[in-house]
Ligand binder design. Structure first.
Ligand code: PLP
Length: 463
């Protein structure tokens, strides 16, 4: 009789074969798996996940900024199962159901100011797509039909559908699909480590006004920004940045969309990133950790002012998705928010974010570490060629550094994080919000030797 280990090995190799033959992974060079195993994650518990071979990993990425409450929560699963028994599905397309109503009221209660109207989606791109469409239709019904453009920031990622992609500011993701939805304009992001030539941090918000003037104020519908920009590596806003953007939006009658697909639900120690930086958007887009990813769900949360024209007479927002507001997802989201409140998840982030920062800052003695930035449990380390000059890597060097060594080595040693070069090369860390000093120690125990070795290798590569 085959031992359990043998059975596990056989099952793993069957999965690997089937996966290689049939599964199309997203944003993945599938060719890389022609002659090596794909990472297959089979189960999770708390801050850890396990692969098909039984190896344990610290999930320093919360499964792509999603599993804020941690893996393996039977209570969230039970909430979904109970709901499925009562009402497996009904759509929000012309109908309501109790869980969607309860969840919309709950979200409105947590969201800042008068963001009281919730339009559900199935994910983040759909939420962004909805916000761009709503801002266009809002201006049409309020007498400004030419206001159709939106302003986003360089290197920002806002999703992949054709509208959301036109806000995404990453050339390599846009080019294969051009022409995109017209109207996407970009301004500098808040990368204060490498400011645009001749600019200071306090000039950044005003680039939005300059761009609105350039495009023509009558043609601009919305500005879309993340509280902390993910792509490029956790760019935080300079002091007063969002307050100035808010003023600019008010002045030009442009809607302010806070894209919080990552930054909501405790990631920055508050329910919403806008609360952390004390600004009032007209629309928040969110997804990912609304359910801690126990079910796919997103939302667009809209101010009373922007929703108002659609709330009477024959007017309607002519947009929707069959599955959005799915009762099973809504029940899981409610259970997730209950658990987050009951267990003080936001407080855990606030209590330990300084420990997280201190640990990452301590890595600055490794010559390859150029910058350490971020907020809450959302942080990045930028890797530089030379700490004294902050010299950047060439594309080829970045490829050797990230894909040739770091990604594989960190994973091999048991740490899932993100080694990314959509801007300059960064390592991003975004652990489940239940993590604390023990997990930070484990992260350091893996990062320190791997970054030290990366420096050695890149140095040898140059010599
Ligand atoms: C800020 C932001 N907006 C939008 C999206 C798109 O979300 P989804 O992948 O759920 O479509 C993402 C995804 O990571 C994101 O980070």
């Amino acid at each position: 009789m085959a031992s359990t280990e043998e059975a596990q090995r056989t099952e793993a190799s069957t999965l690997q074969e089937l996966g290689r033959r049939h599964l199309w992974m997203h944003f993945t060079r599938m060719g890389a798996y022609a002659d090596q195993d794909m990472p297959i994650i089979t189960r999770g518990e708390g801050c850890y996940v396990y692969d098909d071979k039984g190896n344990r990993y610290l999930d320093g990425l919360s499964a792509l900024f999603c599993v804020n409450i941690g893996h393996g929560r039977a209570d969230l699963v039970q909430a979904g199962a109970d709901q499925a028994k009562e009402l497996g599905f009904y759509t929000n397309w012309s109908y309501a159901h109790p869980r969607a109503i309860e969840l919309s009221a709950r979200i409105a209660g947590l969201a800042p100011g008068d963001l009281n109207r919730v339009f559900f989606t199935s994910g983040g791109s759909e939420a962004v797509e909805s916000a761009l469409k709503l801002s266009r239709q809002y201006h049409k019904v309020t007498g400004n039909p030419l206001k159709t453009k939106h302003i986003a920031r360089d290197i920002a990622y806002h999703g992949t559908s054709m509208g959301a992609l036109s806000a995404t500011g990453i050339t390599s993701l846009r080019q294969p699909f051009e022409p995109l939805m017209p109207g996407g304009c970009h301004v500098p992001n808040t990368n204060t480590f490498r400011l645009p030539h001749g600019m200071s941090a306090s000039d950044l918000a005003d680039t939005v006004a300059t761009r609105i003037e350039f495009e023509g104020p009558d043609t601009v519908a919305a500005v879309i920004m993340e509280p902390v920009q993910n792509a490029g590596g956790c760019y935080t806003p300079p002091e007063g940045y969002f307050q100035r953007v808010r003023e600019i939006c008010d002045y030009y009658n442009v809607l302010m969309i806070s894209d919080e697909v990552i930054c909501a639900w405790g990631r920055l120690g508050e329910w919403f990133g806008a609360q952390r930086y004390d600004y009032q958007p007209d629309i928040i887009t969110t997804a990912k950790a609304l359910t801690s990813a126990y079910a796919p769900m997103g939302a667009m949360i809209v101010s009373d002012r922007v929703a108002e024209p659609f709330m009477h007479g024959a007017e309607s927002f002519t947009h929707g998705f069959t599955f959005a507001g799915h009762p099973v997802c809504a029940a899981i989201a409610l259970a997730n928010l209950d658990a987050m409140e009951r267990e003080g998840i936001l407080e855990n982030v606030r209590n330990h974010e300084d420990d997280f920062e201190t640990m990452l800052e301590s890595l600055r003695d490794i010559p390859i570490v150029g910058d350490v930035r971020g907020a809450g449990y959302f942080r990045a380390i930028e890797l530089v060629k030379d700490q004294d000059t902050d010299e950047q890597w060439s594309d080829e060097e970045s490829e050797t550094l990230l894909r040739g060594f770091l990604s594989g080595e960190l994973y091999r040693r048991g740490l899932i994080c993100r080694a990314d070069d959509r801007g300059d090369p960064v390592i991003q860390l975004s652990p489940p919000l239940i993590a604390g000093p023990k997990q930070f120690e484990e992260i350091e125990a893996i990062l320190r030797p791997v970054l030290t070795e990366a420096h050695g290798r890149m140095h040898a590569h140059h010599a």
